[in-house]
Design a protein around this ligand. Structure first.
Ligand SMILES: CC(C)(COP(=O)(O)OP(=O)(O)OC[C@H]1O[C@@H](n2cnc3c(N)ncnc32)[C@H](O)[C@@H]1OP(=O)(O)O)[C@@H](O)C(=O)NCCC(=O)NCCS
Length: 154
């Protein structure tokens, strides 16, 4: 696979990130364009994209809370046609690098209990399941509303 580039997302990337979101999730589960625009621009969130030429193949959105040393992963998405080639893991590593730069001590995230692919990706990246959150989601994701909380100490 050609070597992609991981860089900070800008407002210009928003349409491509929205397309990616819609390829990865059903309409009702995907973030809208205005939500993505807000997350890309917001001072306490941070978005990285993985690109090959003009194509955005993946993205990660991290959240930082004032006064907290624990960063959050809001989402990691990889275009289905480029999945299972290591892009997701590279995005997580790059996100961890950014969190370390901001002196974060850990990263936390929630993932649907049915999202096996994502759970494996996080486990392969060193995250461990620290809890089960029942009825965490408003809608069924991957057949369940429950989520695992996962964490990695940086
Ligand atoms: C989850 C997701 C981001 C993974 O991205 P990816 O680029 O395919 O992941 P990687 O290629 O880096 O794979 C990382 C690990 O995940 C697992 N994995 C990835 N794709 C898999 C598949 N199709 N089947 C089984 N395991 C898989 C493997 O364990 C892999 O580790 P390995 O390469 O050491 O075996 C991607 O599947 C995706 O965008 N899914 C839809 C959106 C989503 O659910 N995001 C997570 C929200 S919390």
């Amino acid at each position: 696979m050609d070597q992609g580039v991981i860089r900070t997302a800008t407002e210009k990337d928003v349409p491509e990130i929205v397309k990616l979101e819609n390829k990865c999730f059903l309409d009702s589960q995907a973030y809208s364009e205005s939500q993505i625009r807000y997350l890309v621009k917001k001072a306490n969130s941070f978005c990285l994209v993985e690109t090959s030429g003009d194509i955005v193949r993946g993205c990660i959105i991290l959240l930082f809370r004032r006064g907290s040393k624990i960063a959050g992963v809001e989402t990691v998405n990889v275009d289905p046609i480029f999945q299972n080639r290591g892009i997701g893991r590279q995005l997580i590593q790059a996100g961890e690098g950014e969190a370390r730069k901001r002196l974060m001590k850990a990263i936390r995230l929630e993932v649907s209990v049915g999202n096996t692919q994502a759970i494996l990706m996080y486990q392969r990246s060193g995250y461990i399941i620290t809890g089960l959150l029942q009825n965490y989601y408003q809608f069924n994701y991957f057949g369940s509303r429950d989520a695992y909380r996962m964490k990695k100490i940086l």
